[in-house]
Design a protein around this ligand. Structure first.
Ligand code: GSH
Length: 331
């Protein structure tokens, strides 16, 4: 089924000679694959408006392409469905707490455009179990989602430490959490960001759960596209970098208007007042200006979406503030 879908997609694209940018333009929106609902990363708010750090990447791409960050259609996918959704052409990009790994990049036919959140895998346990370390989870029942790096690392880690566990594997986030919170599992394992977001959203009941100190893996999370369309790859890649570079240049949604008439040559190029960087992407010269004006820089997005849940910048601070966030020069 998957093979047929992928074939059909490529057949249609080639037969019509349509690039992803052309098809996005003719649809009038960017189809963005998101999580089914993770606070701070991608979730509809009480008015049904999608919000989050991952959602802001979708919005940045729409701002770059259309000059309008709202031209996005959100397509939620579970951990299992997400890759088929991108392969089949249902979505134009995935921006959904997805770990950049070799086999996904080289084996599944994707290109990761960069990293919008440096993360690692952790464990959340019931406080009443009085567990202080993952090493005390020998024999535990552990809730986990399928089709994730989480599931693979869990098996590796326990084997390497000569420990056993009973997995409870459930596809939907809501259902796996129901299982954990109903007491069917001693622990829930996922990206630290996911654990913090899920625990943070529980209000006073958060105190019943602890996140153990060990980080058992590297989980560089970032947006990805299909291989084979370099123009689209570049657009999504530089949309993300523009958010990071804007923070580096001190450009925010509040001050970017003034920057249009400023004197700094790198800012002038960035906002499209000089040079023709936009043209090189096949976009309007104000592509990056529109991203910052409508979506904000990376730090603004982080502060709006993740700070309220108790996240600190840590590794996700800019390189010049001791973190790993770094954009190649936009020139
Ligand atoms: N980063 C890991 C795990 C990502 C992941 O999917 N985590 C879960 C737990 S936070 C999730 O997003 N579930 C939401 C869903 O299935 O809709 C991966 O790429 O495999």
């Amino acid at each position: 089924m998957r093979v047929v879908l992928v074939f059909l997609f490529f057949f249609c694209e080639f037969a019509l000679g349509q690039s992803t940018l052309d098809s996005v333009r003719s649809k009038g929106f960017v189809a963005c694959g998101t999580n089914t609902g993770l606070p701070g990363f991608s979730q509809p708010d009480s008015k049904g408006v999608w919000r989050g750090l991952d959602v802001d990447v979708c919005r940045a791409v729409a701002a770059a392409v259309f000059g309008d960050a709202s031209k996005v259609r959100y397509v939620p996918a579970t951990t299992q469905q997400r890759f088929t959704s991108l392969q089949s052409g249902e979505v134009d990009l995935l921006s959904r707490n997805t770990t950049w790994s070799f086999s996904r990049d080289a084996g599944l036919g994707f290109n990761f455009v960069g990293i919008n959140f440096y993360d690692g895998q952790g464990f959340m346990v019931w406080k009443k179990l009085n567990v202080k370390s993952v090493k005390q989870l020998n024999g535990a029942t552990i809730c986990v989602q399928p089709g994730t790096t989480t599931e693979l690392n869990l098996a590796d880690y326990f084997r390497a430490n000569r420990m056993t566990f009973k997995p409870v594997v459930i596809d939907k986030l809501e259902e796996v959490l129901n299982a954990y919170f109903a007491g069917r599992c001693d622990a829930f394992t996922s990206d630290m960001s996911g654990l913090m977001a899920v625990r943070g959203a529980r209000g006073p009941a958060a105190a019943e759960h602890v996140i153990l100190p060990e980080m058992i893996s590297k989980e560089p999370l970032g947006p990805l596209v299909r291989q084979g369309d370099d123009r689209w790859f570049d657009i999504v890649k530089w949309s993300l970098f523009a958010m990071i570079e804007a923070e580096d240049l001190g450009l925010t949604s509040k001050n970017i208007d003034q920057a249009l008439s400023g004197k700094d040559p790198s800012v002038q190029r960035f906002v499209g007042a000089s040079g023709d960087l936009g043209k090189m992407l096949g976009l309007d010269n104000k592509w990056a200006f529109n991203i910052v004006k409508q979506v904000g820089n990376y730090g603004e997005s982080f502060d709006a979406n993740l700070k309220p849940l108790g996240f600190e910048r840590g590794q996700n601070a800019l390189w010049k503030n001791g973190g790993l966030m770094y954009s190649p020069p936009i020139r």
